[in-house]
Write a protein that binds this ligand. Structure first.
Ligand code: F0G
Length: 461
């Protein structure tokens, strides 16, 4: 990448294209009503720009596709598994590696085993599937994010950090024997896609050592996190992102990783551990619910793609482009006056919908309203990360809202180009003009867990 130019180009050429179906506003209004105002229920061909998630939506490289042809589909001892195991071991340094079909399968195995009634898990912020797996086991999940995270205007580069003092107090209060694990999610997805510093990871490690508590990394965006450390943390500017990630892996006792994010694949994940006894327990669960130890929930060709993806992800021209293009979107929205969470994270731009739609009370889900407006106006699909996703009801059935009403625009990796991003900025300009007329929403049907995926809504008024 010639650094004397300001334009950070996509460091790839496009070999295969996938058509986008363009729709009219009238069509989109009909589709949204048919989807009960829940964009998870839209058909993908009804969407113009799909920012629902950066998970499993990456464009694979020519090397990954050709690797798939080499996939060894043997039930046991597959060559593709041997390669994947080697790549993960080289990267993490962890001796015990369990392949799973995606991140939440690794979570279910590990947290199902460590959890149960009376156990508490602490994290900078539990992602929704992490929380759901912990709560499903009967345990409690408590978020302990740095207080700076609550200051939207602060540009502190490590707003994903854990609040180590609060964790310390909670461990003392509950007793270390009742702590399932301390989980550091890098980057901190639900908190705004914010980075976690190495200094904070080290403090978490020291805390866990002091109390004899297990320290697990949720590493699904560790390459992007490492890039932010390289940019912003003193002493890391000259290190490679891969070495930075390795240093972080070294601090923890193990990791869960959804390979659908930084590992640039459409399906895959793994659990990796230092402790043999814990790995043995998890291996039994793996075989019962995912598959044999040398494939977990994956086919051989998927394992090839993950192995290659884990090698590609630390390419620094890629990481520079990746974080720059996300920041470009965020900076333009900021200039338009859209309240974005700062600094801009690696995989997504988060909008404070509570502030954007300050005419809507939390009971009318301002985030859901913004998600619906973005779809109606521009065919853009995004996701609410607020009281629809994390709200609870108290004993009287009254909504206990999430701390913030956010909307996430997650950017698939290597999929959209600069003009798609410019289109998004234009769409936001229009959404902003229509701001005061955006309706609130009420939930008319919802399941017990992870309601945001399947709940039905209707506009209020
Ligand atoms: N941990 C984090 C931090 C995640 O962001 C996700 C998934 C998971 C675990 C679970 O991984 O989907 O492979 O089972 N996040 C996606 C998202 C779904 O849209 O952010 P999975």
């Amino acid at each position: 990448m010639p650094e004397q130019f300001n334009t950070v180009i996509e460091p790839f050429r496009i070999k295969t294209v996938e058509p986008i179906t363009l729709t009219t506003r009238a069509q989109r209004e009909k589709y949204l009503a048919e989807a009960s105002y829940n964009p998870f229920k839209l058909k993908s061909e009804q969407v113009i720009i799909d920012l629902l998630t950066d998970s499993g939506t990456s464009a694979m490289s020519a090397a990954q596709w050709s690797g798939m042809m080499q996939g060894d589909e043997s039930y046991a001892g597959s060559v593709s598994w041997q390669r994947l195991e080697r790549v993960i071991r080289d990267l993490t340094g962890y001796p015990y590696i369990l392949p799973t079909h995606q991140g939440r399968a690794a979570e279910r195995i590990l947290y199902g085993h460590l959890g149960g009634r009376g156990k508490t898990f602490l994290s900078n912020t539990h992602f929704d599937t992490t929380r759901a797996n912990i709560e499903f086991s009967g345990a409690e999940a408590i978020d302990c994010v740095t207080p700076v995270a609550a200051q939207p205007e602060s540009d502190f580069p490590f707003k994903g950090n854990a609040d180590v003092e609060r964790m310390d107090a909670l461990i003392s209060e509950r007793g270390s024997e009742n702590i399932g694990a301390v989980i550091l999610t890098v980057t901190n997805n639900s908190g705004g896609g914010q980075a976690v510093s190495m200094a904070n990871a080290r403090e978490v490690r020291d805390l866990c050592r002091r109390h004899g508590v297990l320290f697990i990394l949720d590493a699904c965006r560790i390459a992007e996190n490492a890039w932010f450390i390289k940019q912003d943390e003193e002493g890391y500017g000259e290190k490679s992102s891969r070495d930075i990630a390795r240093e972080m892996f070294d601090l923890a006792d193990g990791c869960v990783m959804s390979a659908k994010k930084d590992a640039l694949v459409n399906m895959g994940g793994f659990l990796a551990l230092k402790d043999e006894e814990l790995a043995d327990h998890c291996t039994s669960l793996l075989i019962i619910t995912e598959g044999y130890t040398t494939y977990g929930g994956l086919s051989g060709r998927d394992m090839e793609a993950v192995a290659t993806g884990l090698e590609e992800i630390f390419n620094e021209d890629y990481l520079r482009y990746r974080t720059r293009s996300t920041a470009y979107l965020g900076e333009h929205l900021d200039r338009l006056g859209v309240p974005v969470i700062k600094p801009i994270g690696g995989h997504a731009v988060y909008i404070n919908a509570g502030e954007f739609y300050d005419h809507l009370p939390v009971e009318q889900y301002p985030g859901q309203s913004l998600v619906c407006e973005l779809y109606k106006v521009g065919g853009v699909r995004s996701v609410e990360i607020g009281s629809v996703m994390f709200g609870k009801y108290d004993e009287q059935g009254k909504l206990v809202p999430a701390p913030r009403e956010l909307v996430r625009l997650a950017i698939p990796r290597r999929v959209y180009t600069q003009s798609h991003v410019d289109y998004l900025i234009e769409v936001f300009g229009r959404v902003q003009e229509l701001r005061s007329s955006a309706p609130g929403y009420r939930i008319v049907r919802e399941p017990r867990f992870l309601r945001h995926f399947t709940a039905d809504f209707e506009p209020v008024g």
